[in-house]
Design a binder for this molecule. Structure first.
Ligand code: TYM
Length: 331
């Protein structure tokens, strides 16, 4: 290994990758990948806290990994793989479960939201899910975790677990930092701009998938919920407009202030068209690369096989250290 720092991040293979995931996470991954040793996983173990159809899940896992690469992740210089191919994630999660308190897990807002949404299936996995996420991160001695703001609480728990474990056994885990983009920290639903854009939203007009075709993208933005005062400004109470300004700024890389100036005096209709066009252009090369990559199964297969092999090697080093500290007999 070189002396670069390490990044770990992942996306759950549920629903479809949205511009929320793209702007909140994937785009940062692409921007940071040359300066770090990066480990990007399709976190399939996480996805079964909610019931999944096996055939659809297998296909979706492949689609997600292909989309990572289509977004510009270099799968040869970075490790890109399926979480279930590296058993060390689950092993470390068990151990960390014994260093995490019920009270901490009960406070996780995502657990509260998801258990309200799936009241018929509040399984133990849903409850301990943040511990698996902590294991994902700590397994690789990760320095930086690029995520959207909705994962901040989980990340803080991962830090707390690492500090607690290190407090007992000495320096075993690196304590990771988060990397949360400013404008795209929390992209909101186009239909309900007070709620997060979610990849499993049953209302498909609420999100834009990174694989939506240009006309679908234009239509979804045209229907985006705004307000009735007709002013393009960024302030409290203008959730729909704020969201569109955030999306535009995250895509173009310019500040929200510059975006407000660019659109001042325009009507909402034209504004929405311009935002839609920026998104269409941003996603055009992604979609072209996706179409090419999807035909190249052997290449994809090589990326995730090699990725898992190397990840398993790195993970085994941390796991061995943990086992020794705990007092397990050497294998
Ligand atoms: P997930 O699959 O819900 O989302 C994947 C990534 O996308 C970000 N994100 C958003 N960012 C901005 N606006 C939004 N509307 C939006 N929706 C989602 C998320 O913050 C995340 O970065 N538990 C994680 C996956 C995970 C993980 C990890 C992440 C498992 N292990 C280790 C980092 C490190 C999750 O469910 O993300």
């Amino acid at each position: 290994m070189n002396d670069k720092k390490t990044i770990f991040s992942g996306i759950q293979p549920t629903g479809c990758i949205t511009i929320g995931n793209y702007l909140g996470a994937l785009k940062s991954w692409v921007q940071l990948q040359n300066d770090y040793n990066c480990i990007f996983s399709v976190v399939d173990l996480h996805s079964i806290t909610v019931r999944q159809d096996p055939i659809a899940l297998r296909k979706r896992c492949m689609d997600f990994l292909t989309q990572y690469l289509a977004c510009g992740i270099n799968g040869e210089d970075n490790l890109v793989y399926f979480q279930s191919h590296v058993p060390a994630h689950a092993e470390l999660a068990w151990i960390l479960n014994c260093f995490t308190y019920m009270g901490e897990l009960g406070r996780m807002t995502q657990f509260k939201d998801k258990s309200a949404k799936h009241a018929d299936n509040i399984n133990a996995g849903l409850f301990t899910y943040p511990v698996l996420m902590a294991a994902d991160i700590l397994l690789y001695q990760t320095d930086l975790v690029p995520v959207g703001i909705d994962q901040k609480q989980h990340l803080e728990l991962a830090r707390d677990i690492a500090i607690r474990f290190n407090g007992v056994f000495g320096d075993v885990f690196k304590v990771p930092e988060g990397y949360i983009p400013k404008e795209a920290a929390r992209i909101m639903s186009l239909q309900e701009p007070t709620s997060k854009m979610s990849k499993s939203d049953p209302n498909i007009n609420g999100f834009v998938s990174i694989l939506d075709d240009p006309d679908t993208i234009r239509r979804k933005f045209k229907r985006a919920v705004t307000d009735s005062d007709g002013e393009i400004a960024y302030r409290e109470g203008k959730d729909g407009i704020n969201n569109l300004l955030n999306i535009y700024s995250a895509v173009t890389g310019q500040s929200v202030e510059d975006s407000v100036n660019e659109f001042s005096g325009l009507g909402y209709g034209t504004f929405k068209e311009r935002v839609a066009e920026a998104v269409v252009e941003e996603l055009r090369p992604v979609q072209q690369r996706y179409a090419d990559l999807a035909k190249n199964k052997d290449y994809i297969n090589k990326i995730y096989t090699e990725g898992a092999k190397h990840a398993a090697y790195l993970a085994s080093k941390t796991l061995r250290k943990v086992h020794r500290k705990l007092g397990y007999v050497d294998r």
